[in-house]
Each structure stands twice: as C-alpha cells, then as structure tokens.
Design a protein. Structure first.
Length: 278
C-alpha cells in the first residue's frame, strides 16, 4: 500500500478512510519524513481542488522537490575517483561493493580502496566482496592512516589506467568535528594524484530526518555530489529522499533495496513517486 492511499481516499471521499481527520493524514505524512513545509503544501492543495485534480497536483508538487542535477556519475576522461562516506551502520561498505559490481559489469576497470582502517572487519569485508565480484581491493597495514591508504590507492589506480577507484572510508558520526576534518584530509590527499569526481554519501532510509542532518554536515565537509539511499525496501519513512533533495539540492544517484549484490540500482524519481502514490 502506498503512502498516499489514505490521503487520496480522504480527497475522494471514498472508503472508511475518508472519515479520517486531516490531522491524522498530516501526522501520517510527517511520520514518513516528508517534512512539515511539504506536508502543509500538499494538504492545502488537496483541500482546494476536486479529487482528480488534487491527485495530479500532489504528483506535480512532489516532482518539484527533486533536484535537477545529474544523477549520473562523472564521465570525466581518465581515472575517476569516487569517495564513499557515511555514518556507521548505513550499509556503506556493502554499497561500495554493489557500485563496483555495476561498473565492472558495464565493462569498466575498477579498483577498490579499503580506507576504513579503524575496523579490520571492514577491510576484510571489502576484500571478500572484491573477491566475489572479481575486483582487487587495495589495503594498508592494520592501523594505517586512512589518507595514506587512499593516496597509495590513487597512485596504483592511475598507474594501471583504471577507469574507477572507489574509496571506502570509515563510518563516522556526523557530529564529531575531528573525524569530519579527517575525511576532508583524505579527499585533499587523493586530489594530489587524481580528481575526486564524485563524493557519495550513504544514508539509511530508516533514519528519517536525521538523514537530512547527516547530509548537511557531510556536504559541508567534503562537498557531497550525490546520495546512496539504503534500506528503502523496508522503510515507511522513505519521504526523507524528497526532504534531502528539496532542502540541499543533492541528487540521489543509487538505491539499495536488499542484501544481495544485485539489490542496487540507479535512482529513478518516477519509479519512486509511483511507489509513494500507488
């Protein structure tokens, strides 16, 4: 059942859902993390228009929230470095592997850099994924400086004329300034060798409005160019996708919808809206 089923039932005046107060509808939409301003706009529009026009208006309003920036990865000639960042527990390392798999299958040469040197398990996890999909993972010694691993990996990728280097960074709390400063250092060090063409922030869709706070702070630290939204399959709070794109103008580039290597795809605003409005 789509998020807007009861909303549209109220608009049409059909089914038992039509007896629901607008306040209940409002609470439901806010619970899906669409954000207060957007929810107010949707309900105001729905109250002013007949049912069929209201539905068209809702789709139009929602469509306007999406960023108009490109959802494609950079097509810059030569080595393209993708820095993947995020807080702990978002599925960041798995997303790195899934993205690498998509690029590898499309015929691009890809290297992985395990710059999450704080957790040996993270390095081992990325190496295991790399072996499964046939991509080499570059790592340093345990406890090595993340920036040093990233720097060495960039040199290696450049010398091997790889199309992509995807750098997995340590998960960090967005409210820890020292860790955010370190992330900026990793980016600057890489750029001494090759341009960082994309900075992708991984956000767990179930975190709701906290995801918006994460996006703001990470973007200030490393100029995030796109988002990977994970766990969208099991979230009733997927409205955060609209909230982030509307507030920060950062496009969602990929979504993760499961644990499997193939449960990952480019983000389609139209498909996303169809799911919300189904």
């Amino acid at each position: 059942m789509g998020l807007f089923n009861r909303f549209f039932a109220k608009v049409r005046g059909t089914s038992t859902a039509s007896s629901l107060d607008w306040s209940e509808i409002e609470a439901e939409l806010l619970g899906a993390d669409l954000g207060p301003a957007l929810v107010t706009k949707l309900i105001t529009s729905a109250k002013q228009l007949p049912g069929d026009q209201a539905e068209a208006s809702v789709r139009s309003i929602l469509s306007e929230q999406f960023s108009v920036k490109s959802r494609e990865l950079s097509s810059l000639a030569g080595l393209k470095v993708i820095l993947v960042v995020g807080v702990n527990g978002t599925g960041k390392t798995t997303s790195v592997a899934k993205l690498a798999n998509i690029l590898h299958r499309s015929g691009d040469s890809v290297l992985l850099a395990a710059a999450d040197t704080f957790r040996a398990a993270a390095v081992a996890q990325l190496q295991t994924w790399g072996e499964r999909i046939g991509i080499e993972t570059i790592s340093g010694k345990e406890g090595a400086e993340p920036a040093a691993v990233a720097f060495d990996s960039a040199h290696r990728a450049l010398s091997e004329r790889s199309d992509y280097l995807i750098v997995d960074t340590a998960g960090r709390l967005h409210n820890k300034s020292d860790l955010m400063d370190e992330l900026g250092k990793v980016k600057r060090v890489i750029e001494k060798v090759a341009p960082v063409t994309d900075v992708l922030l991984v956000i767990d869709a179930t975190t709701g409005q906290n995801g918006l706070a994460q996006a703001k702070i990470f973007s200030e630290a490393v100029a995030v160019t796109g988002l990977i939204l994970t766990k969208l399959d099991g979230s009733a709070r997927g409205g955060v996708a609209l909230a982030i794109e509307s507030a920060l103008d950062i496009p969602i580039k990929f979504t993760g919808t499961g644990e499997g290597i193939d449960d990952f795809a480019p983000f389609s605003p139209a498909t996303y809206l169809d799911g919300l409005l189904a």
